[in-house]
Structures are given as structure tokens and as C-alpha cells.
Design a protein around this ligand. Structure first.
Ligand SMILES: *Cc1c(COP(=O)(O)O)cnc(C)c1O
Length: 387
């Protein structure tokens, strides 16, 4: 099985031995009867340590990311938390991309700062800025989110990984916005991939989950240990639903991005919109990098309204009016589901970043473009812009 689409459907999904059911059953048992003291059948003893449904998902996730070891968590933040504990100890230093998900920033800024982990933000597209942010010997991790949330800035995974490695630091890539269908960071030199599987991998806005994928066996050993020692594992039902969703990932991503490209073109041409952020636009500052690094440009589009120049808040007021005027695009947190969503980052996903260096201005709106018919989506945006 070499092709992505084939692996997404068949890895760790052999028909059930007992019945031939083409969808494997969900193993809900929390504990397994032991054949003798210390003899665990096929390695299973207790569901926090290992569960057959979760194992199947983990094998599929590793395969799709081009990695060797996958770990499935109860949320994206739980996956990130486990990465931090696996790699860092008090006194260590981290370089974060200067644009990232508010909850990731909060984890470093509010939670781990108190545990003695230091961090700096840097524009990872400026190699000198990255080098000067790294503290040789103390920096253990460089954290990349690309494309970034919400402004879809694209950061160079190969270059950042190469520089980090020169200083003995590891690189983590949050691959949530792309999914492994569009971007495979391990193949580009990154050490660790994290996901909020709540988003495109789950794809239907009905699962909360996270994942970590690595290829290095020493790192895998640390994750294997912390996975059960900390216990933030995904439930059997969420694991099963996520694995089910992987089967349609490729076709969903194809439609997400063809709809998103049409919407980006429509917004660029609309006089009511000041700026459009989409890596597929030739005008995007990292369009060329995105074309090399990604296998497509994804389903997220952000836009900015004019009016906040000169200290006025007209752009913010227009953004807030717009997100309440769409009908098909639902005003909601999250992204990556089959249905289209609209988000006002400054007051929603990035509200915890207010007053910090990663604060998002109020004139920006983020769209998670769903799989609905494109003419209905365009009509909705048009009526909301012009109402
Ligand atoms: C949502 C999100 C997270 C956090 O994941 P949860 O599943 O909500 O815990 C992390 N990174 C990015 C880019 C996200 O969009």
C-alpha cells in the first residue's frame, strides 16, 4: 500500500476475524483478562496503557504522517502538553513562531512559565531572528505552526529544522491546518508532529482529540511512557470515530481547498475587503514556499476589514458585524469540519492572547471553509458583506 488514500482506508483496518465485518469493532473494555500472572494477551492489560481501537488509529496516523510511531490523545492541547513534558525540564528554553494558536501560547505563557520553562517568540521566516532567539545549550525546542493561526503565514519547516538542529534543539510542527494529506513535516526534517485531530482529521465537528507522531525511537519511548503515565489518552469511541474519518480525509481536503480557493478569489475582488490571507494566492508573501512545502493550500481563509488605521475601530466593528451576518457560515470556535464556520479570533480563539505579542487585531475574521456547494457559500459571504 503506497498511496496515501489507500493507506488512509486500509491501515490497521483488517476485517474482523470473527465475523468479517469490514469495519473493526470498538474495544470498550477497560481491562483484559490475563492468561497467567504477567502474561498479557497480545500485550493488552489495561486500557490507559494500550487499547486495540486506539492502537489501530495510532498505526494509521503514523503511516499517513510518514512517521514510525503515533500516539493519540484526548485533545490537541493534551498532545502538546505531553510533548512539552517529554522534551523539556525546568530551566530549558523554547523558541515559538511569532504567530500561533492562542491555546498553545497560553500553555507556555501561563502554565509552563510557572514551571520554569522559558520562551521567546521569533519570526521564523527571518533566519537571523531565529538564530538570535536561540540560546545555545539552553534552547531545546523550536515550535512551528504552519500555516499559522489565524493569518496563514507559512514558515519554512526545512530551514527552521536545519537551524534548530545546528544548536541541538528539536523542532515540533503543529500540522493541524494542513493534515498529513497536505503537509508531512517529518519528511521535511522536523522531529515531532502534533495535531488537534478535533479539526480536519476528525473532520465532522464531533470529536475532541490530539495526536503526536515521531520517527525517532528514543523520543517514541518517552511518549509511550508519558502517554500512560499522564493518561491523557483518547477514548475508544473517539479513537474509532477519528480512524473512520481518516478514510475520507483526502477527498474532504480536496473539496475544502477548491472551495477555499474560490472564496479567496471572490474576497480579493470584493471592494469591502481590505486584505485576504490565503497561501494559494500569488500575492501571499510565502506563496512560493507554500507551493514547495505543501501539497495544496488548505481550507482556511482569513480576511481583514479596512478602517482601523488612524486609531479608529471601524474595521473591528465591521468584522463583528460581518461574523453575525453570515447564515451558512456558523459563528463558532474550531475549524476543519464539513460545515463552514466563521470566527472572530480577537474575541474567540485568540482571546487569551489579548495584551500579548501574539494578539490578533479585531479587524481580522477567519473562515473555515466547509464542503457545501460553492455557489451557496459565495452567496452567503456576498449577502453578509453587502447587508
Ligand atoms: C484547536 C487547535 C489546537 C488545540 O487542540 P484541541 O483539540 O482544541 O485541544 C492546537 N493547535 C491548533 C492549530 C489548533 O487549531
Amino acid at each position: 500500500m503506497t498511496e496515501f488514500e489507500t493507506r488512509a482506508i486500509h491501515i490497521a483496518q483488517e476485517p474482523d476475524e470473527l465475523t468479517g465485518a469490514v469495519m473493526p469493532p470498538i474495544h470498550l473494555a477497560s481491562t483484559h483478562r490475563q492468561d497467567a500472572v504477567g502474561v498479557h494477551r497480545n500485550g493488552y492489560e489495561y486500557s490507559r496503557v494500550a487499547n486495540p481501537t486506539r492502537d489501530a488509529l495510532q498505526e494509521a496516523l503514523a503511516s499517513l504522517e510518514g512517521g514510525k510511531y503515533g500516539f493519540s490523545f484526548a485533545s490537541g492541547i493534551a498532545a502538546e502538553d505531553t510533548v512539552i513534558r517529554a522534551v523539556l525540564k525546568p530551566g530549558d528554553h523554547v523558541v515559538l513562531a511569532n504567530e500561533l494558536y492562542g491555546g498553545t501560547f497560553r500553555l507556555f505563557n501561563k502554565v509552563y512559565r510557572e514551571w520554569g520553562i522559558e520562551f521567546d517568540l521569533a519570526d521564523l521566516n527571518d533566519e537571523d531572528a531565529l538564530r538570535s532567539a536561540i540560546r545555545p545549550g539552553q534552547t531545546k525546542l523550536v515550535w512551528i505552526e504552519t500555516p499559522s493561526n489565524p493569518k496563514l503565514t507559512v514558515f519554512d519547516i526545512s530551514l527552521t529544522s536545519k537551524v534548530a538542529h545546528e544548536y541541538g534543539a528539536l523542532t515540533v510542527v503543529d500540522n493541524t491546518f494542513c493534515s498529513p494529506y497536505l503537509q508531512r513535516p517529518l519528511e521535511l526534517g522536523a522531529d515531532i508532529v502534533v495535531h488537534s485531530t478535533t479539526k480536519y482529521l476528525g473532520g465532522h465537528s464531533d470529536i475532541l482529540g490530539g495526536a503526536v507522531v515521531v520517527s525517532d525511537s528514543d523520543l517514541a519511548e518517552k511518549f509511550r511512557y508519558l502517554h500512560y503515565a499522564l493518561g491523557a489518552v483518547s477514548s475508544p469511541f473517539d479513537s474509532w470515530l477519528t480512524h473512520r474519518s481518516l478514510k475520507t480525509l483526502a477527498v474532504r481536503m480536496d473539496r475544502h481547498q477548491s472551495n477555499a480557493a474560490a472564496i479567496a478569489d471572490f474576497l480579493v475582488a470584493h471592494p469591502g475587503v481590505a486584505e485576504v490571507y490565503y497561501p494559494g494566492l500569488a500575492s501571499h508573501p510565502q506563496h512560493e514556499l507554500a507551493s514547495r512545502q505543501m501539497h495544496g493550500f488548505g481550507g482556511m481563509v482569513s480576511l481583514r476589514f479596512a478602517g482601523n488605521e488612524n486609531g479608529s475601530d471601524a474595521g473591528t466593528r465591521e468584522a463583528i458585524r460581518f461574523v453575525q451576518a453570515t447564515r451558512l457560515f456558523a459563528l463558532a470556535e474550531s475549524l476543519g469540519g464539513v460545515e463552514s464556520l466563521v470566527n472572530h479570533p480577537a474575541t474567540m480563539t485568540h482571546s487569551s492572547a489579548v495584551g500579548t505579542p501574539i494578539e490578533v487585531t479585531g479587524d481580522i475574521v477567519r473562515l473555515s471553509v466547509g464542503l457545501e456547494g460553492i455557489s451557496d457559500l459565495l452567496a452567503d459571504l456576498k449577502q453578509a458583506l453587502e447587508s
